[in-house]
Write a protein that binds this ligand. Structure first.
Ligand code: ZN
Length: 175
């Protein structure tokens, strides 16, 4: 009995390890999600900017564009959530390669549904000013978070330990 259980657990762990590894090996190939946006459309110092309202630090990048500009998926992935929250307004959360989460916020329209499988050719939605961007210039807030902690990125900045879970998206979206 115990032997069977041990064997089962061992097989389960191997299975999980293989799934995890496959995810890590998928290349990211991140693209600038806002159609037509250039390096001049975002502040290159805005990641982890402090102080930043209720969030404390800014855990992403804001890409400015005309309201209604289409937003393509930055990577291939699986939509985990699309809907609304207080701060983000109209949002979408996509699980992409390397077990990283891609978060799109302040959209005007959301054009994906939960469990949609999407590629970089698919529209996530359009740029807007929903959530706490109301009254500010329209922009996409874009965050990349990692499920596997990057311990070496922890530093002494405000909320510095959270850097284990947030990637700086700026190097990835430069064009
Ligand atoms: Zn933002």
């Amino acid at each position: 009995m115990l032997k069977t259980l041990k064997r089962f657990i061992r097989r389960l762990l191997w299975f999980l390890l293989i799934i995890l590894t496959i995810g890590l090996l998928i290349p990211q190939n991140i693209q600038m999600p806002v159609t037509g946006a250039t390096n001049a459309d975002f502040n290159h110092q805005s990641f982890w900017y402090y102080p930043w309202g209720r969030s404390g630090t800014h855990k992403g990048v804001d890409i400015f564009a005309k309201k209604g500009t289409s937003i393509k998926s930055a990577t291939t992935g699986l939509v985990l959530y699309s809907g609304q929250n207080d701060m983000g307004g109209n949002i979408a959360l996509v699980l992409g390669p390397k077990w990283r989460f891609h978060y799109y916020a302040h959209m005007e329209d959301v054009e994906v549904k939960r469990f949609d499988w999407i590629t970089k050719k698919d529209n996530i939605g359009t740029v807007g000013d929903s959530g706490n961007a109301k009254g500010k210039p329209a922009h996409l807030h874009y965050t990349i978070a990692t499920f596997l902690p990057h311990f070496w990125r922890w530093d002494g900045s405000p909320q510095g330990w959270k850097k284990m879970f947030y990637m700086n998206p700026i190097p990835y979206i430069m064009n």
